[in-house]
Ligand binder design. Structure first.
Ligand SMILES: Nc1ncnc2c1ncn2[C@@H]1O[C@H](COP(=O)(O)OP(=O)(O)OP(=O)(O)O)[C@@H](O)[C@H]1O
Length: 333
């Protein structure tokens, strides 16, 4: 339903590219998260799809229709794309109902549709209020109702929960995606929070320096990241460099890059009854108690520093750590 082909965009006449040769497609009903470090091109990509920017080259097809290419540009309001941004962008002088009605003024039974959308987002009784009389989470649900009212083919959410505190974020994220699943709208969801992406997306597209480095099912990305960058986005990851290899006595193929997730490094494995293929001693430099677990900053004999987590409260100044060969990530970088 969405087909992006060789899309590129530069803001400095080709000296650098915010987006370079991006190609991917989505099927009807897909929920795809776009993840990447700051400046990797996430917002540029969705702004091009929404028609808020023009591409330098490449094309965008939505439902089989070209909406942007070198010789075609469909205006944003004609694209059948709903947008929800970080800032709720509701009209402060309009009631909630009128905000939802705004994009469907030409629809025959617009009042019914708007009310239906408020019902869908659980704000049936709030239609007469003004945006400032609603909480941040409620305002974001109104923004969602407004975006869904014209029955878009594609819904774009750009960091929609960033303005909210962490408790509310998780709750609203789950609510919003429960609502979305009741419709069959296709979704592109920009987030810098990989937990958000893993929780709600079927697929995740990873951008780095404006290029797609991986697009995969959420479950695959964690276990089979293509690069160290992708692995690091989904949790702290340590490159197993020469020093670490020598400390753990684990010589690895030099032609590849290897890494281990910090959470896979076991503390005092023998005492915890867990076998490890590679072990070494480490000096405890610092202990930070984080609720029911403890973060340890360690120094290996080789001089390398590592951070690991443990729930063991009985930590000596020197400990043993280890990991299993099956947990080693390997990349052809
Ligand atoms: N209007 C603009 N003019 C000039 N440069 C821009 C413009 N918009 C984006 N860029 C540049 O393009 C690159 C990609 O920016 P973009 O906002 O798409 O990244 P992002 O992944 O969304 O980042 P963040 O997570 O920080 O929002 C950055 O280097 C940015 O500085």
């Amino acid at each position: 339903m969405l087909k992006i082909d060789s899309l590129s965009k530069s803001f400095d006449k080709g000296k650098s590219y915010a987006l370079e040769n991006v190609t991917f497609d989505l099927k009807v009903g897909d929920v795809c998260a776009i993840v990447g470090e700051s400046g990797s091109g996430k917002t540029t990509l969705v702004r091009l799809i929404a028609g808020l920017e023009r591409p330098d080259s490449g094309s965008i097809l939505l439902d089989g229709r070209t909406i942007a290419s070198m010789n075609k540009f469909v205006q944003p309001e004609k694209r059948k794309i709903g947008l929800v941004f970080q800032e709720y962008a509701l009209f402060p002088h309009l009631t909630i109902l009128d905000n939802v009605l705004y994009g469907i003024s030409k629809l025959k039974n617009k009042k019914n549709r708007a009310q239906e959308m408020l019902d869908l987002v659980g704000l049936s009784e709030m239609g007469k209020r003004y945006p400032h009389q609603l909480s941040g989470g409620q305002q974001q649900r109104v923004a969602l109702a407004r975006a869904l009212a014209p029955e878009p083919s594609l819904l774009i959410l750009d960091e929609p929960f960033s303005n909210l505190d962490s408790m509310l974020r998780t709750q609203l994220r789950n609510e919003v995606f429960d609502i979305i699943k009741k419709t069959d709208v296709t979704v592109l969801f920009v987030t810098h929070d990989t937990q958000d992406a893993l929780s709600v997306a079927d697929e995740i597209l990873i951008l780095q320096h404006g290029k797609v480095v991986q697009k995969d099912a959420a479950a695959n990305l964690y276990v089979k990241p293509n690069t160290l960058y992708v692995a690091s986005l989904f949790g702290n990851t340590v490159r197993i460099n020469k020093n670490i290899q020598s400390a753990f006595h684990c010589p690895l193929n030099e032609e590849c890059c290897h890494a281990i997730r910090n959470e896979k490094i076991k503390v005092n494995p023998a005492a915890m009854d867990s076998d490890c293929d590679y072990i070494t001693n480490a000096q405890v430099m610092k202990k930070i108690v984080l609720g029911d677990s403890i973060q340890l900053l360690l120094k290996l004999d080789s001089g390398e520093q590592l951070t690991v987590m443990t729930q063991d409260t009985n930590i000596a100044d020197t400990i043993t750590i280890g990991f299993n060969s099956k947990d080693i990530l390997q990349f052809n970088e």
